[in-house]
Design a protein around this ligand. Structure first.
Ligand code: PLP
Length: 378
């Protein structure tokens, strides 16, 4: 099942049907006229930006969001044609790339917006921008107090098209009160822009956690949402309705029968206690995305049963204990590291003191992504 791009039996299986059902659940949380900006930054959180973007386009998602200009260019050069917003800053000497690849930038100050518009005008083009407002993220965006004035000034720049304005939640999963304060603040700004008759097409605030936890983010005056994590089926809260779309898989390459007092792996942190114990070697390690903090703490799934990781996770290998008498487990047996009911990405993250975002982003380049969908399975 692993890809022809790799000659090692370790791969990340990405279930497109699951992504489809997650998108459906996101849509159920939104008013029917809400558009989705599918966030596919960081190679779609490790799931493969081009393949995921193609699928999202098929599912009727109308916009994509990336963090860097390079990520946007990658999508364009691979045939993605729907609008793309680059949420990270783009330096003025790269404005020509925005035009060349028709990518929408985010602006948050007048001088920058003016320079952008002048560059576009020089080529006979009109920039479409999204203006970010900082209502409490404390990162990028127009500071809240100046927001209305700045939006108005930007809107008056010759040729400027404000495709949208937005703000971002820092803690929509954990601080509902603060999120509601941000929501109210931003709605106030939206109302003011309408009162001043500033032409703005789209309004958005909600990330994944916002969509699932904060009321009023996927209804008027908003007409867009920006989920990332939820598309891929992970959550930062309990009782998620979503399903993990990625399973990190490998196959047993060696089974050793070890004796009492022998030790496993670097630093000899695991010592055989019984007279004999069977240890399976997996060709997957921290260079693939299993942190060393998983050593002697985590579990893998073999034939629907959980087996403990023993000894230190190496760069290229991880060892697991099959116990005193491995029941019909042979070399070549498939192993699931995470992404199933025994070891969700969320649980894996918790064991490693990571957040779910990091777990899939950490699955490295040498692990081929294999896409499965119902049609393939017949
Ligand atoms: C990453 C990001 C998102 C998506 O966040 P999730 O928590 O993955 O849903 C939305 N908006 C902005 C501006 C982002 O940077």
């Amino acid at each position: 099942m692993y890809s022809s791009k790799s000659h090692r039996p370790t791969w990340a299986e990405i279930n497109i049907d699951v992504i489809r059902s997650n998108v459906k659940k996101i849509k159920e949380k939104c008013d029917p006229d809400i558009q989705i900006i599918g966030i596919v930054k960081a190679d779609a959180y490790g799931h493969g930006a081009v393949q995921i973007s193609q699928e999202l386009t098929r599912l009727g998602i109308t916009y994509l969001g990336v963090a860097t200009l390079d990520e946007g260019i990658e999508l364009r050069t691979n045939g993605i044609t729907i609008p793309i917003i680059v949420f990270g800053p783009v330096e003025p000497n790269e404005f020509s790339k925005l035009m060349e690849f028709n990518i929408y930038p985010v602006v948050s100050n007048y001088n920058y917006a003016k320079e952008l518009a002048e560059n576009y005008r020089y080529r006979g083009l009109f920039p479409k921008v999204h203006i970010e407002i900082d209502t409490g993220m404390g990162r990028l965006g127009v500071p809240f107090d100046n927001a209305l004035l700045e939006i108005e000034q930007i809107s008056n720049i010759n040729g400027m098209i404000i495709d949208g304005i937005f703000t971002h939640f820092p803690s929509a999963d954990s601080d509902i009160e603060f999120s509601k304060f941000q929501l109210d603040s931003f709605i106030h700004i939206i109302e003011e822009t309408k009162r001043l008759d500033i032409k703005i097409k789209n309004f958005h605030i909600a990330n994944s956690a916002g969509i699932f936890n904060i009321e009023g983010v996927a209804t008027a005056p908003f007409n867009m949402v920006r989920p990332g994590l939820a598309i891929y089926g992970y959550s930062t809260t309990k009782n998620s309705e979503l399903t993990n779309s990625m399973q990190l898989k490998t196959k047993i390459i060696e089974i050793r029968k070890m004796k009492k007092d022998e030790t496993v792996s670097y630093l000899r942190t695991y010592k055989i206690q019984k007279d004999k114990e069977y240890i399976a070697v997996l060709p997957v390690g921290y260079a693939d995305g299993i942190p060393t903090t998983y050593s002697n703490k985590g579990y893998v799934t073999i034939k629907n049963k959980a087996y403990p990781v023993v000894g230190r996770v190496c760069m290229d290998y991880t060892m697991v204990s099959l116990g005193e008498s491995p029941e019909d487990i042979k070399i070549g047996e498939e192993v699931i590291i995470f992404g199933n009911e025994f070891m969700s990405v969320e649980k894996f993250a918790k064991i490693c003191s990571l957040i779910p975002y990091e777990v899939t982003c950490n699955v490295s380049k040498r692990v081929p992504r294999v896409y499965i969908r119902k049609e393939d399975r017949g």
